[in-house]
Design a protein around this ligand. Structure first.
Ligand code: ATP
Ligand code: MG
Length: 283
């Protein structure tokens, strides 16, 4: 049985649970409990504070975990990372009061900076040759300048609206983060095999999320142009329509290219374009 630690309640919780469910693993919801067992995969889920997850996986209390890279690297165990999961994307940034003078990172020489990430920030500043005074605080970092605790801050940013609301402006990106799957480095053969099975499923889910299935009708005369636009996994499937001179084309398109490609398909004469979500995609 594999033990997977996920965040009990916070920004990672819902996406972590959704990913496990989309991997076809069922379990009873247990928001008030500390753990649940999956019903159709040898997996136990532990619900923890995100800060505790890297240490528990390092010590082998949990075999696997889902945690932000920011927390993983700050905990000092970057080597536990197995795979990026593509959600909870955010960045760790330096910010200063809007009116403060700032030319470059050198402007932070000798300045006091409040942060919950002294290790990541310390390494970054050392790399830039900047010496600053770090104040480690565990929360509400963005109010530190206004209460006189520090002259700058380093904190998690996603949209920047919290910074703006506190009269701060973002000046440097220190670290980019997403949720990652982590694993203990001494898993036995049986657990390693289960981890491989889980990874296979997670990759199929992620690939499916990034792609769409597309079906359209096109005049035979436009087929070459359509094929150019839709390379597909191997090549598109083409079947004749009952109406003479028309074909149905089926393929897979990447989510990022999707709007661009569909408008071009229309331009070359495609009609009746249907786009469907893909549930799993196995390469
Ligand atoms: P816990 O109580 O478990 O310690 P927390 O308050 O430390 O929770 P959350 O705010 O739930 O943590 O954030 C968890 C993780 O989600 C962060 O470590 C970061 O990786 C990511 N994250 C934080 N803020 C954002 C955001 N605004 N957008 C996207 N991801 C974020
Ligand atoms: Mg935390």
């Amino acid at each position: 049985m594999l033990r997977l630690a996920i965040q009990k309640s916070g920004r990672l919780s819902e996406d972590s649970l959704n990913l496990i469910r989309e991997c076809g693993i069922s379990f009873l919801a247990a928001s008030n409990k500390l753990k649940t067992e999956a019903t159709n995969f040898p997996l136990e889920i532990l619900y923890l504070r995100d800060d505790d997850i890297p240490g528990y996986v390092q010590d082998g209390v949990a075999d696997l975990g889902i945690v932000g890279q920011n927390v993983l690297v700050e905990a000092g165990f970057p080597e536990l990372e197995v795979e990026g999961l593509g959600f909870s994307k955010c960045r760790l940034s330096l910010a200063v009061p809007r009116a403060a003078a700032y030319d470059s990172i050198q402007s932070l020489q000798g300045v006091s900076i409040a942060t919950s990430y002294p290790k990541i920030l310390g390494d970054y500043l050392a790399g830039q040759g900047v010496q600053a005074h770090l104040h480690t605080i565990s929360g509400s970092v963005e109010i530190a300048p206004s209460i006189g605790l520090a002259e700058a801050i380093c904190d998690i940013v996603s949209s920047g609206s919290t910074l703006l609301g506190n009269g701060l402006r973002e000046v440097e990106t220190v670290f980019r983060s997403e949720a990652v799957l982590i694993a203990n480095q001494n898993l036995n053969a049986e657990k390693k095999e289960l981890l491989e099975q889980l990874l296979f499923r997670m990759q199929a889910v992620r690939r499916a999320r990034r792609n769409k299935y597309i079906i359209l009708n096109a005049p035979v005369a436009a087929l070459d142009a359509v094929k150019q636009l839709l390379p597909g996994i191997k090549s598109p499937t083409i079947t004749p329509l009952a109406e003479e001179g028309w074909v149905s084309v089926q393929s897979v398109v990447n989510e990022d290219d999707f709007w661009h490609i569909t408008s071009q398909l229309k331009a070359v004469g495609a009609e009746g374009i249907l786009v469907l979500p893909i549930e799993k995609m196995i390469s």
